[in-house]
Write a protein that binds this ligand. Structure first.
Ligand SMILES: [Zn+2]
Ligand SMILES: [Zn+2]
Length: 303
C-alpha cells in the first residue's frame, strides 16, 4: 500500500513539471506503438509482396539510423558536431520511428547513463525486477509505467525552439509516414509500415534489455553493459554497448579488446557518421585513443 502511494506521489511530482497539453501529446506516443503492434496483423490479411518487404526493410534501416546516429550519438552524447539543420531533419526522421521526440529521448537516455542499472535507471533489466519480468520491463514495460515521463527535460534541448516543437509534435512524422505508406500501396503497405514500426521499436529496445544481459565485457564499467554482436546487427552498431558505457562520447561504438590488442568491429552507424564527415556535414568526431582504450580494458584473469 505504501509502495503504491509512494509511486502515485512520485508521479504527481513528475507531472507537475508538464503542462496538460504536453502530457496529452506525450501519451500519443505509446498509444501509436500499441496501434502499430495491432496494425501489423494487417499483413496476414493482405500478404506481403517483395515491394512491401523492401518497404519494411527500408523504413527500418533509415529510421534506425536516425535513432542511433542522430538521437543517440549526436543529440544526446554530442560525439560529433553537425549543422543545426541536419540535427533538426534527423530528429524529424527519428521521431517518425515512433519512439517519442528528441527532448523526451535525451532526458531518459541521460538518466540511463547517470544511474545505469541502479534504482533511478528508467529501463534496467535488473531493477525494479529481474529475470523475465526485468526483461519485459527493459523491453518496453517501463513505457507503460509512471517512468514514462522524464524527471526533467535537459535545458540545452529545451532552449532550442525547433527541437521543442519536434518533441511535442513527435507523432506527426510517424502518422505522416503511415499515410504515405497507405497512398503508395494501400492496406498492404500500411500493414508493412506498422510491422516495420513494431520491429524497429523492439529492435531499439533490445539495447535497453539484451545489452545489459548478454554479451562480453571487454571494458571496465560500473554497470552490466555488454557488447552483443546480435544486438549490434539489429541496431546498426549500437549493440557494442559495453564500449559505449566505457566511452560515452565516442562516435564509434564498435571496438573491443582481444589478446591485449584493440580490435574494431562492424559499426554501420559510425560508417554513416564518416559519410556525413566526407560530405562536410559532420566534424570533430570524438574517438578515444588506443592508449585510453587499453587503459580501460579488463585485465585478463590469472590462471
Ligand atoms: Zn546502457
Ligand atoms: Zn548512450
Amino acid at each position: 500500500m505504501y509502495g503504491a502511494l509512494h509511486h502515485a506521489s512520485n508521479l504527481t511530482i513528475q507531472m507537475k513539471q508538464y503542462s496538460l497539453l504536453t502530457i496529452v501529446l506525450y501519451l500519443i506516443g505509446p498509444i501509436l506503438i500499441i496501434v502499430s503492434h495491432i496494425g501489423s496483423l494487417l499483413v496476414f490479411r493482405t500478404g506481403l509482396s517483395w515491394g512491401a518487404i523492401a518497404w519494411i526493410l527500408l523504413l527500418y534501416f533509415v529510421r534506425m539510423l536516425a535513432t542511433t546516429g542522430i538521437y543517440h550519438r549526436l543529440l544526446t552524447h554530442k560525439s560529433y558536431q553537425a549543422p543545426a539543420l541536419l540535427l533538426w531533419i534527423g530528429c524529424i526522421v527519428a521521431a517518425s520511428a515512433g519512439q517519442m521526440g528528441p527532448n523526451w529521448w535525451k532526458a531518459h537516455h541521460m538518466a540511463h547513463h547517470q544511474y545505469s542499472d541502479q534504482a533511478l535507471d528508467p529501463h534496467s533489466p535488473y531493477t525494479p525486477d529481474q529475470g523475465l519480468k526485468g526483461f519485459y520491463w527493459a523491453q518496453g514495460g517501463w513505457l507503460l509505467s509512471s517512468r514514462f515521463f522524464p524527471d526533467k527535460l535537459p535545458s540545452d534541448v529545451e532552449s532550442d525552439r525547433v527541437l521543442q516543437v519536434i518533441d511535442r509534435l513527435h507523432f506527426i512524422p510517424l502518422v505522416a509516414l503511415g499515410a504515405i505508406s497507405y497512398f503508395i500501396g494501400g492496406l498492404e503497405y500500411l500493414g508493412a509500415f506498422f510491422l516495420s514500426t513494431t520491429l524497429l521499436f523492439h529492435g531499439v529496445q533490445t539495447v535497453n534489455s539484451l545489452t545489459h544481459l548478454i554479451g562480453d565485457q571487454p571494458f571496465v564499467t560500473d554497470d552490466h553493459s555488454r557488447n552483443s554482436g546480435f544486438v549490434a546487427f539489429l541496431t546498426l552498431g549500437e549493440g557494442w554497448h559495453n564500449l559505449h558505457h566505457a566511452f560515452q562520447s565516442s562516435s564509434r561504438h564498435g571496438v573491443t579488446i582481444r589478446d591485449g590488442q584493440v580490435v574494431y568491429l562492424l559499426d554501420p552507424t559510425f560508417r554513416f557518421i564518416k559519410v556525413l564527415e566526407f560530405l562536410k556535414l559532420a566534424s570533430k568526431l570524438r574517438l578515444p585513443s588506443e592508449k585510453d582504450l587499453l587503459a580501460k580494458a579488463k585485465k585478463p584473469k590469472l590462471a
